[in-house]
Design a protein around this ligand. Structure first.
Ligand SMILES: Cc1cc2nc3c(=O)[nH]c(=O)nc-3n(C[C@H](O)[C@H](O)[C@H](O)COP(=O)(O)OP(=O)(O)OC[C@H]3O[C@@H](n4cnc5c(N)ncnc54)[C@H](O)[C@@H]3O)c2cc1C
Length: 464
């Protein structure tokens, strides 16, 4: 298979963002504005926070300030798996917060139901399909792990179906599948950019003032308020909510906890009816495979396959730059894996290839906190599973800013922080060693070396 030929015509841009539904950017902030709440960042975290703030208190004057365009970063370029899990999967949540996992799972389901209800209420067409997710095993050792996952889920009252190879292949036709576990209700698929644009529109309709192409350069206390400086203006806010994802945050302490990690994806051209029939996939479920380095893939509304994951690339010093969104070596690897999974699609070409930044933290799920005497709240560190969880994070930030004690703010998950990453150059070395060890474990029937076992013992790690 000549993967170069299959990739040759791929646009180096996210399929989701190259859509005629993309809105015109709002004007940049000029002059000095004041408000009750300034939200920094126009990804899902910021958009949900601004919208929920207005929903909770319609008299609150809310401003949203986005460095580029709302939804232009991770929120508009992800796989669109909108999961109920708030903990980057049940296994991670159970290992860290066994005593509260049942509550976390319930809150996660309520959150996913809340997203679905919000889309309906505002008439947001984000191509929401509650298809579930089918996790497949492609190596024998993964079968035992999936069976264990289904058992754990059963203990928290969920029903994950364990499927044998024949049943999985009858659903999605790949000769690589050895079995799988299907969570039919805990995951929905969305068009990620349309979700961001729809939330942005809902914010505007709710009276949020949105400024785009306006990076917040600094945040400082001034006469009992917070002053946010931007290139051509400033905002004075009683409260600030920070949702800056994997980008260097204008709150330095967050940089110890968040490492920007690049994740990459491809989209195929729309499959013909015959090509689609050769795979089956009638349920249109999202699919993930089960290595430490895993792929996630799904159909789009026009029957392309979006195929992403596997590589998780960290650049020395936490570099975040537009040119890092293009990585031919990773695109080739992803294409190779695609054709191994679906040899019957050998004549399919890719239309788009892109990357984006993931806000990775050492516990793999978001952490929360306040600064500036409780006037500023932040939520970051979603580590590749924030499409759904960011709405929960928005509510946590609003609880914290309101000084309210709620079921959310009482959670140990909300009150604790991840272990910080070490400073450079150690950080880069630690990440490379962890990546190497994870790849090796995948080649050795999942066996984890001393380094990974040490990280496990300390409850820390590196993931996309
Ligand atoms: C390729 C890829 C695939 C993914 N797949 C999935 C998936 O299938 N399911 C899932 O759940 N998650 C997935 N994720 C992760 C998910 O996209 C994120 O968890 C989620 O979008 C995080 O939203 P956010 O608002 O916190 O961050 P972002 O979407 O990154 O938004 C942060 C925003 O803040 C802005 N900003 C930064 N600094 C400043 C500043 N100083 N001033 C003003 N604005 C600023 C940025 O421009 C950006 O728009 C994926 C991510 C990537 C990159």
């Amino acid at each position: 298979m000549d993967v170069g030929r299959a990739l040759a015509a791929a646009e180096p841009t996210p399929f989701w963002l190259a859509d005629p539904a993309a809105p015109e950017p709002a004007p940049a902030l000029t002059g000095r504005v004041s408000c009750d709440l300034a939200v920094v960042g126009g990804g899902y975290t910021g958009l949900w926070t601004a919208l929920r703030a207005r929903e909770r208190d319609p008299s609150r004057d809310v401003v949203l300030i986005e460095a580029d365009v709302a939804g232009g970063a991770a929120s508009g370029r992800n796989g669109g798996f909108c999961a109920a899990s708030l903990t980057h999967g049940l296994g991670n949540g159970l290992a860290r917060w066994p005593g509260e996992i049942a509550t976390l799972e319930r809150l996660g389901r309520e959150n996913l139901d809340g997203i679905e209800a919000t889309l309906r209420r505002y008439g947001i067409d984000a191509e929401f399909e509650r298809t579930g997710e089918l996790d497949v095993a492609t190596e024998d050792w993964q079968l035992a792990e999936l069976a264990e996952l289904a058992r754990q889920a059963g203990e928290t009252g969920q029903n994950l179906e364990v499927l044998d190879a024949g049943t999985v292949r009858a659903e999605v036709g790949s000769p690589t599948y050895l079995g799988g576990v299907w969570d039919r209700d805990g995951v929905a698929l969305v068009h990620p950019a349309k979700l961001a644009w729809g939330l942005r529109e809902a914010c505007l309709a709710a009276g949020v003032r949105v400024f785009e192409r306006t990076p917040v350069r600094s945040i400082a206390e001034e006469n009992g308020s917070l002053l946010l400086r931007t290139p051509y203006g400033s905002a004075v806010a009683a409260k600030v909510a920070l949702g800056t994802g994997g980008f260097p945050a204008p709150l330095r302490r967050l940089r110890h906890f968040v490492a920007p990690v690049y994740d990459y994806a491809l989209a195929t051209e729309p499959l013909t009816d015959a090509q689609l029939a050769s795979v089956g996939w009638r349920s249109r479920t999202g699919v993930g495979d089960s290595g430490n380095q895993f792929h996630y893939y799904r159909l789009t509304a026009d029957n392309r396959i979006v195929w992403g994951g596997y590589d998780a690339i960290y650049h020395f010093g936490g570099a975040v730059r537009a040119e890092l969104e293009r990585r031919p070596a990773t695109f080739e690897l992803l294409a190779e894996h695609f054709f191994t999974t679906f040899p019957q699609l050998a004549d399919v070409r890719f239309s788009h290839a892109w990357g984006g930044v993931i806000d990775t933290c050492s516990r793999f799920c978001a952490f929360y906190g306040t600064a500036h005497g409780g006037r500023l709240a932040y939520a970051a560190g979603y580590t590749g599973l924030g499409v759904g969880a960011t709405r929960f994070g928005a509510d946590v930030m609003l609880d914290l800013l309101g000084g309210e004690e709620t079921e959310r703010t009482r959670l140990a998950m909300v009150r604790s922080k991840p272990v910080p990453f070490p400073p450079e150059p150690l950080r880069f070395g630690v990440v490379q060693l962890t990546r190497w060890s994870l790849a090796r474990a995948d080649r050795r029937q999942g066996r984890r070396n001393l380094w990974l076992r040490a990280l496990d013992a300390f409850g820390v790690g590196f993931d996309s």
